[in-house]
Design a protein around this ligand. Structure first.
Ligand SMILES: Cc1cc2nc3c(=O)[nH]c(=O)nc-3n(C[C@H](O)[C@H](O)[C@H](O)COP(=O)(O)OP(=O)(O)OC[C@H]3O[C@@H](n4cnc5c(N)ncnc54)[C@H](O)[C@@H]3O)c2cc1C
Length: 230
């Protein structure tokens, strides 16, 4: 049955709404970014989907699932937004406390038949790397390149989880990554091979620019998938 909550429409029967989950682990990966792990139970999802998470009823926000399809827990990567409501509440949460979780939601997933036949370029800004972490954890044989755009080196979240040959860190405010500048500048000179699908995730202005660049390079709309965070 169709249900609307916090402006989000929930339709499939597999979606759970406001299910209480218990925080099992919290891992800070920078001063203001952290990974929350909670129990998975009956939550079935495809890598690339997200959940709505909050501490109080009617106060939930969307977070991409960071963990893999086969993990027996769910993880999300959250960055505290200054002045933000839910991300600040999540930063204060402690192990053993409850979260209200709804989901899974979203359609920015990978078709099974493409996993072994296509190349993938994942382009993310900030926490927009989260669904890509789920992709590579879920599909270890996938042929991927990740282009991660951040301001500072400290925002290269869990970079050791990625194959260094397949991971490009673009830092816009300090040197020391693989490329000094924004992901969009890096992309201008990026050589695009055949049979490639693009997944773009993060802030909307970056996503619009990436679409423009890729379209000018001849990439079809159908080969570009995106998830806008804000
Ligand atoms: C599909 C989807 C998936 C998302 N996945 C993630 C995720 O994996 N990790 C994650 O940390 N966030 C993710 N977000 C963003 C998240 O849902 C919240 O918007 C964010 O945590 C801020 O919520 P808040 O209640 O703290 O701030 P609010 O009180 O809701 O708003 C504060 C302001 O901050 C802006 N804002 C939101 N996110 C950011 C940001 N990252 N940087 C700067 N400004 C921002 C909002 O547009 C708003 O103007 C996702 C959003 C969507 C739509």
């Amino acid at each position: 049955m169709k249900q609307v909550k916090n402006g989000i429409t929930y339709t499939p029967e597999s979606v759970v709404i406001d299910s209480p989950r218990v925080v099992q682990q919290i891992r800070f990966i920078s001063k203001n970014a952290f990974i929350i792990r909670f129990n998975r139970d009956n939550l079935q999802f495809k890598a690339g989907q997200f959940v709505a998470v909050g501490v109080e009823p009617l106060q939930q926000r969307e977070y991409s699932i960071y963990s893999g399809e086969k993990d027996d827990y769910i993880e999300i990567l959250v960055r505290e937004v200054l002045g933000g409501n839910v991300s600040q509440q999540l930063k204060q949460i402690e192990i053993g406390q409850s979260l209200l979780v709804s989901g899974p939601l979203g359609i920015t997933t990978i078709n099974e038949e493409d996993i072994n036949s296509k190349r993938f370029v994942f382009i993310g800004s900030g926490t927009g790397i989260s669904p890509f972490h789920s992709f590579i954890t879920s599909y270890p044989k996938i042929d991927y390149t990740i282009i991660h755009g951040v301001r500072y080196l400290s925002e290269a979240y869990d970079k050791n989880d990625y194959d260094p040959q397949r991971y490009v860190l673009c830092t816009s405010r300090e040197k020391g990554g693989n490329y000094y500048g924004r992901v969009t500048s890096f992309l201008l000179d990026f050589r695009i091979g055949p049979n490639t699908l693009f997944y773009v995730c993060g802030n909307s202005s970056m996503i619009y620019e990436v679409y423009d660049i890729l379209r000018k390079k001849g990439v079809s709309m159908g080969s570009i998938h995106s998830e806008v965070y804000f």
